[in-house]
Each structure stands twice: as C-alpha cells, then as structure tokens.
Write a protein that binds this ligand. Structure first.
Ligand code: IMP
Length: 198
C-alpha cells in the first residue's frame, strides 16, 4: 500500500502549490478535507518553527499519518523585518488577501524603491508517526512593488516583485514560482529527506 503524506494546511493556494511541488514523491498526497479533519491550530508561536511544529503535531496526532506543515511570512526590511511570523494576521483578523496587501502598501507608502527590499521565508516541518520531526527552510528575495500586479498565486504575490524575472510573483507562471519561491526551495529540501525516509 502506498504510504500517505498529509499536507496540513487549510490554505487553498498553499495546498495547490504543495501538491504540485511534491508530485514526484512515491507517496499518496492527502489533505485535511479529504481526511475529514477540521482542526484549528492557533498560530501563536514566536517563530515560524514553533508554528509549523504546532500544526504538524496537531495534524499528525489527529490523523496518525506522516504529516507536512509549513509556516511562512514576509519580512520587509523597511519595517525592521515585520510582519514576519505575524504575516497572516497583518493589519488585523479577518482581512482578505487584497486588504492585507493594501495595508502593507500603505505602511511603506513613502519608502523609495531601492529600500523596499523584502524576503519571503518558509519553514516546513515533517512529522512522522514515530514522533520524529525534520525541519527545512527556503527563502526568496524581492522588492515590495508600488501597486499590485498579476493574477497568479495568492497572498502577497501581486506585490512581491522578483527582480531576476522583472515582474511580480503573481505574474509568473506557476512552474516558475515553484522554481524560485521560498516554499519551492523548502519543499525540494523536504522531498530529498522524504525520499531517503520511504
Ligand atoms: P501562514 O504560513 O499560513 O501563516 O501564512 C503566512 C502569510 O503569508 C499568509 O498571509 C499568506 O497569504 C502569506 N504567504 C505565505 N506564502 C505566500 C506566498 O507564497 N505568496 C504570497 N503570500 C504568501
């Protein structure tokens, strides 16, 4: 029987990216909805690692499956690295992605282009049923654009300008985002370890 890997996220954008990124693994990829899991994990850790570990443990415990969870965030240099680990709640609870993007743009309205540098960071935790966990990291560097552009991706992609491509991540085709993104890099590292494990 093929072993299953639970991708522990309720974020549809992330889930689609992980399913595509991890498709080369000899594991059946499954998600919380397919498993009938309705878990709310409060992301109150002070680091990405803490939050990713919290999610991985909660979902692995509830499902008994090999589980992959991530926590990610956007670190804006002009804001001293904020919102960072608080990115998902930046600007307040219950905002849409578009409202968060507008809020961030407002916070750095007067910052000139050359000082709008930022980093996307992703920490992945893989938790197996025996209690072993492994952690992987990926980053992507870019610039916060002056206004949103592009329809692909999710979250802050429309304002994350990626200099080597000369466009925002939301303008990049999915396979290019997979190649260059924080999540793509962390997922490839996790894949190597998972291949060795299975
Ligand atoms: P979390 O990892 O689910 O806590 O999400 C952190 C925040 O970063 C959310 O607001 C996401 O929308 C945003 N985010 C995470 N990864 C990406 C990405 O690849 N592109 C754009 N926004 C992202």
């Amino acid at each position: 029987m093929t072993k299953r890997l639970l991708i522990a996220t309720g974020n549809k954008g992330k889930l689609a990216e992980f399913k595509s990124l991890l498709r080369g693994l000899h594991l059946e990829l499954t998600d919380p909805i397919q498993q009938g899991l309705d878990i709310v994990v409060e992301e109150d850790g002070h680091t990405y690692s803490e939050n990713a570990m919290k999610k991985a443990l909660a979902y692995a415990g509830a499902s008994g499956l090999l589980t992959l969870a991530d926590d990610s965030g956007l670190e804006v240099d002009a804001l001293g690295g904020a919102p960072g680990v608080y990115t998902a709640r930046y600007g307040g609870e219950g905002l849409t992605d578009g409202e968060r993007v507008a809020y961030l743009l407002e916070q750095i309205r007067d910052i000139p282009w050359e000082k709008r540098t930022a980093t996307f960071r992703c920490i992945i935790v893989v938790q197996d049923a025996s209690g072993t966990s492994m952690e992987f990291e990926g980053i992507c560097k870019g610039i916060i654009a002056l206004y949103p552009k592009g329809e692909n991706g999710f979250g802050y992609d429309p304002i994350f300008y990626y200099p080597p491509a000369g466009m925002t991540v939301a303008e990049l085709p999915r396979e290019v985002k997979e190649e260059i993104s924080h999540r793509g890099k962390a997922a490839r590292a996790a894949m190597e370890a998972l291949k060795a494990l299975i």
